[in-house]
Design a protein around this ligand. Structure first.
Ligand SMILES: Nc1ncnc2c1ncn2[C@@H]1O[C@H](COP(=O)(O)OP(=O)(O)OP(=O)(O)O)[C@@H](O)[C@H]1O
Ligand SMILES: [Mg+2]
Length: 254
């Protein structure tokens, strides 16, 4: 799908002139953007550009100073704590660090979100769901292991499997390929595409890795100076790179 075809589609997330400062430092400066149904939207920006702050605003961990954020039609800045929690369940957040619980087995790490949100579900149903997700990321054989026994790439896959366990409509990936070798990073990119295809999720992928942006993004937004400065598909941006992206493309060629 070409990025400019999305504009007729339904937006599942919108940001409308969202601003956030820390002290005197402006991090997000009237940022507006939309995520359309079933697209993979990449947000590309340098380290410190405010990418993680943006994702934290989306999940309600940080409240913007001004502006509106809607998720699945609801203005999350206006919701009560209870309504916010209900909306959050529809949004899967895959952390920059995989954020697994070190003392729990892989199985228990995946079972945890189910147990926390559903007190009447049977053990066998939990097992079925966890096994299905582990199988999906190719790591069913690790279910009795501890996170410390797994490689960085495996932990990322487990993190993604755990994020999927509650069947979110929207997936947020914060730096999914950070710290991985190119081959493992490429496997994670493939997994992101596979998740979109299988679960029909709409995703925001936050990254400063151009090959991740290329592999996973239907559309790329460049976050610079706190706002949505650049927008397009990979080929368009590559053929005529805006000044902010030249260093990304030069680096990628080396
Ligand atoms: N809670 C906070 N209090 C004060 N400053 C913060 C806070 N969170 C983030 N910042 C600042 O906001 C800026 C943007 O941070 P953010 O973590 O969003 O960067 P990023 O784009 O995710 O970078 P990276 O690619 O390194 O992950 C940084 O200068 C950071 O120091
Ligand atoms: Mg970050």
């Amino acid at each position: 799908m070409k990025w400019n075809e999305h504009h007729t589609d339904k937006a599942v997330v919108t940001l409308d002139r969202v601003s956030k400062k820390f002290g005197q430092r402006v991090i997000l400066n009237e940022l507006s953007l939309a995520l359309y149904e079933q697209e993979n939207l990449v947000i590309l920006g340098k380290s410190g550009a405010g990418k993680s702050v943006l994702i934290k605003c989306l999940v309600g961990l940080i409240r913007p100073d001004s502006g509106r954020i809607t998720i699945l039609g609801k203005d999350i800045t206006q919701l009560s704590e209870e309504e916010l929690n209900a909306t959050r369940l529809q949004v899967g957040f895959s952390f920059q660090s995989s954020a697994l619980y070190d003392s729990m087995t892989i199985f228990e790490n995946l079972a945890f979100p189910i147990r926390r949100t559903n007190s009447i579900i049977s053990e066998s149903e939990i097992e079925t769901r966890v096994n299905e997700r582990l199988e999906e990321v190719g790591l069913l054989h690790t279910k009795d292991q501890l996170p410390s026994e797994l490689s960085g790439g495996m932990k990322k896959r487990i993190g993604i499997a755990r994020t999927l366990i509650l069947n979110p409509k929207i997936m947020l990936y914060d730096e999914p390929t950070a710290g991985l070798d190119p081959e493992t990073a490429s496997d994670i990119n493939d997994l992101i595409l596979q998740v979109q295809k299988k679960h029909h999720t709409s995703s925001i992928i936050i990254t400063h890795d151009l090959s991740c942006a290329h592999a996973t993004g239907d559309r790329i937004i460049g976050l610079f100076d706190g706002y949505n400065k650049i927008e397009g598909d990979y080929e368009t941006l590559k053929n005529n790179p805006p000044p902010e992206l030249i260093s990304f493309f030069n680096y990628a060629q080396n």
